[in-house]
Ligand binder design. Structure first.
Ligand code: ZN
Length: 450
């Protein structure tokens, strides 16, 4: 869209907040006006999109993923296992990743997310075998081509089996290499300001794959450059046992010891915390990316979302890697969170609005963003429009609730930073059949290389 053009997304069928029932006006990359029910915009517009058949949401924000894992969905040797044995089955396979695999799997994951209404995606990439030192550069290029907003984290593993860790020695890197590359990526890709399309965060993988010194050094480097920190924490009882055995501390005590208990950090999973730990996380303002499908698939447990939120922690949603989901569908993940969390909390506490707020505002807070996740004047024009014309919605009453309860899979239109990236349920300029064929062929190659 020409930067001075104004488009009115007019009178949607439903919105997450009723304050813009008459729609929104977008100019360039931003929302410039909210229109009340039955009203027309105050200033003139160049184009009107009639949204009477669409439910309008702020673009969904995915706060935790591993794009490369789309190559190992439903991987036969990893089925029906819990986290540690699942990881041990997959590490040697992932160690064989190559450049084209990163390129195509990133495109697959981002496309799946975009089609499901997601406009901002975070990824946690921690595998850099020989020849794949530029994995995150490849991811950045693919995100730019698709026009998606990304928060790519420079993951790392430095604690191999020889030193008491879980991953094979061949998949870990030395600390100097990790830190130098982290700094290179921040300098090259991190956009600090409003409307940023790419940000970088530092993400040592987990307590059982990273040395204590790397945790501390990553925190120092993140502070130096003003970037955020991310890791997996409190995912399984096995991890708690590992931390007690290895460090003599529970996972959160370890996190605090290495200087990570603060509001610049968001954690994937956050399941096995006691009451005192929840209180400390909330006081620190540390964010939690809740990943319901992955937690169910690996039988890891259930995140105490509302307790964390009440204590003060931002709670976002993540699909997690596509080897433990095994999809990258963000609106489906909203439904998973809705259903799973109703097993822990009351029905009137876990509403469809609540889980949608985790997937938008909550994830934005986890990523440290104030310019996305809400439909307000001055916010970035990131929106997802869903039609309710599929069989699954036939007979539905409340349109917003129907998205979650009837199981929406796909957005009809998606806009990122004022540009339409999905039109009529298809990504603009993409040959989806070609992408699927390339991914299938590479997945087969990855599974069979010896
Ligand atoms: Zn993960």
């Amino acid at each position: 869209m020409n930067s001075s053009q104004r488009i009115w997304i007019k009178a949607p069928l439903a919105t997450l907040d009723n304050h813009c029932a008459g729609g929104i006006v977008i100019e360039g990359q931003r929302i410039v006006e909210l229109v009340a029910s039955g009203a027309t915009p105050v200033s003139s517009v160049d184009e009107v999109f009639d949204a009477r058949e669409h439910v309008m949401l702020p673009g969904l924000i995915n706060s935790h993923h591993h794009f490369y894992q789309t190559l190992t969905r439903a991987y036969p040797q990893a089925l029906n296992k819990s986290l540690f044995s699942w990881l041990k089955s997959l590490y040697p396979v992932w160690a064989r990743l190559g450049q084209e695999m990163i390129e195509v799997s990133t495109q697959v994951a981002l496309s799946e997310l975009l089609l499901s209404g997601c406009t901002t995606a975070s990824d946690h990439h921690y595998l850099f075998p020989d020849g794949l030192e530029n994995a995150i550069d490849i991811q950045m290029e693919q995100a730019r081509k698709l026009g998606m907003r990304v928060h790519l984290t420079r993951g790392s593993m430095s604690l191999g089996v020889d030193d008491g860790g879980l991953p094979p020695q061949s998949t870990v890197q030395d600390e100097d290499t990790i830190l130098a590359d982290s700094e290179r990526l921040i300098q090259r890709y991190h956009q600090a300001g409003e409307g940023a399309m790419s940000q970088v965060a530092l993400a040592p993988c987990s307590p059982f794959s990273v040395s204590e010194s790397l945790m501390r050094a990553s925190a120092d480097l993140a502070k130096k450059h003003g970037v955020r920190l991310h890791t997996h924490l409190a995912e399984t009882h096995d991890e708690t046992a590992f931390c007690i055995e290895m460090f003599g501390l529970r996972p959160l005590d370890y996190l605090e010891k290495v200087g990570w208990l603060n509001d610049q950090v968001w954690l994937a999973h956050g399941i096995h915390f006691n009451d005192d730990e929840i209180r400390r996380l909330g006081e620190a303002g540390t964010g939690i990316a809740h990943c319901p499908s992955s937690n169910m698939l690996l039988a890891s447990g259930m995140c105490p979302t509302l307790d964390l939120e009440r204590a003060g922690s931002p709670v976002g949603l993540g699909v997690d890697g596509s080897a433990s989901n095994d999809g990258s569908n963000m609106i489906q993940e909203v439904r998973q969170a809705f259903l799973l969390q109703r097993l822990r909390y009351r029905a009137d506490e876990i509403t469809h609005q609540k889980v949608l707020s985790w997937a938008t505002e909550g994830s934005a807070r986890c990523l440290g963003r104030q310019d996305i996740g809400k439909l307000e004047v001055g916010m970035q024009a990131d929106i997802a429009l869903f039609k309710l014309d599929e069989l699954r919605f036939a007979g539905a009453g409340d349109p917003l609730a129907a998205l979650v309860l009837c199981g929406a899979h796909q957005a009809d239109r998606v806009m990122v930073a004022g540009e339409w990236r999905v039109l009529d349920g298809a990504i603009v300029g993409q040959d989806l059949n070609d992408l699927i064929a390339r991914q299938k062929s590479l997945a087969r190659k990855l599974a069979t290389v010896t």
